[in-house]
Design a protein. Sequence first.
Length: 212
Amino acid sequence: MGCDERVLLAIAETAALAEWRHDMERKNCLSFMDLAHRANKIEPLLQSTGPVYSGASFIEEISPSSTIGEHDAILGMDSTSHSNSTHRKSHQHRVEQARSAHHIQLVSNVFRAAAKLYLHTVVSGCNPDVKEIKDGVSETVIAFEHLQASMTDRSLVFPVTLAGCMTDNLKYRKYLMNRLKALGTEGEAVGNLKRCVPANCLCSFNGVYKRL
């Protein structure tokens, strides 16, 4: 689905941290210094390992309207080194590889931003006014904006729901709700889930907003 392995590990470690915090609170022995120390050990996993591209500028670089020579300059190919037919096939393959790698990077950026937000909610609680949580929501929304809405969003239920429930910014709420609604009936089943996931997420949004 495009999520970096280090980010997946960070999400798993954060879930374990949340369980640890819950257990410590239940026993009335939670140390916030210990909590912060454990969270700091997770943060390095969420450092970006690749460029955060602007979707628009990248598409302009490899758009069909560009000449093959221009594409070659971007992809590091010498247009004189192949015959015309072989050259076109090789060029198209490289363009598709570049598009795929770019798309994966954008999806990974969404998960990375959401994982940071998740970590901050475990440390600071579900409080939208906390600076780190506000920044985390903003970063997640920006990552979504760089990724064109598509059926890929079916794999992004966790990021969109977390960000949507952790903000009291009306503009962000509307954007994230519309992102879910755009899936329509085709997005009803996510993975092995047979219920209407977008609708359930929207209900979660509304339930949280009523309590804010």
